[in-house]
Design a protein around this ligand. Structure first.
Ligand code: MN
Length: 243
């Protein structure tokens, strides 16, 4: 069994090393990761420039692209067989609530699921105890690898400290202090630094954010179909019937 690993924090990240070590007993681990950190690039794919792939070890490669580029090149070019699971992480920092839209970690796992392969994104809420998070990933990946189609996409977040257990959760709400910091560079030209510091977690029972905050490993199954079923009737009335 092949497991494909990647990490948007880059090929040299500690979270990736911990994941490689933890999963090596489960199957044949292949790693393709961005050569530098590419966090928060979501599902971005590089279709307008060449990509360079550098072998950095046995079944281990660095790519000068996005996390999704890594999965794409691995699945469609590099791997000798279809992997059982695409595992992305361990990310440095949580991916909770709407983070999953921006997250390169989730993007890479989603790319697997889009190709009919189970995807697991795994993130560590705080700190650098990646080994513990990688162990949590191991038990989830082991079970997922046995499951037949359809492909599942799981977003896993691991709390800081010893987890109290594992909970299946819904996407919650995590608020950022949105801001644009306008500054002037040494040549007198303006530049902008976006994304404010600090977050606030909304207390929603059963949500990923609250669950991790309470000290449990959170596992959220994510869907690929973004159709809003709850809006269908109202939009049909508005668009098709002009009311
Ligand atoms: Mn990252």
């Amino acid at each position: 069994m092949i497991l494909l690993l990647t990490n948007d924090d880059g090929i040299g990240s500690g979270g990736l090393a911990a994941l490689e070590e933890a999963l090596s007993g489960l199957g044949e681990v292949w790693t393709v990761a961005p050569e530098r950190e590419r966090s928060a690039v979501g599902q971005a794919i590089s279709i307008h420039r060449p990509l360079r792939l550098h072998p950095v070890g046995e079944r281990r490669y660095a790519l000068d692209g996005t996390p999704v580029d890594c999965v794409y090149v691995a699945l469609h070019h590099l791997l000798p067989r279809v992997p059982a699971v695409v595992v992305s992480g361990v990310n440095r920092g949580a991916n909770l609530g709407t983070d999953v839209i921006y997250s390169g970690t989730v993007g890479a796992a989603r790319e697997g699921a889009l190709r009919g392969i189970h995807g697991v994104a795994i993130s560590l809420y705080a700190g650098t105890a990646f080994g513990r998070a990688a162990q949590a990933a191991k038990s989830i990946v082991a079970r997922l690898a046995e499951r037949p189609a359809p492909a599942l996409l799981l977003n896993v977040n691991v709390p800081d400290g010893e987890p109290k257990g594992v909970r299946v959760t819904t996407l919650g709400k995590r608020h950022y202090q949105d801001e644009v910091d306008a500054r002037t560079d040494p040549r007198g030209r303006p530049y902008y630094w976006i994304g404010g510091p600090g977050t606030r977690i909304e207390n929603i029972g059963g949500s990923d954010a609250q669950t991790v905050h309470d000290g449990f490993v959170s596992v959220t199954p994510l869907g690929l179909d973004q159709t809003d079923g709850s809006a269908m009737q109202a939009i049909r009335t508005m668009i098709e019937e002009g009311r």
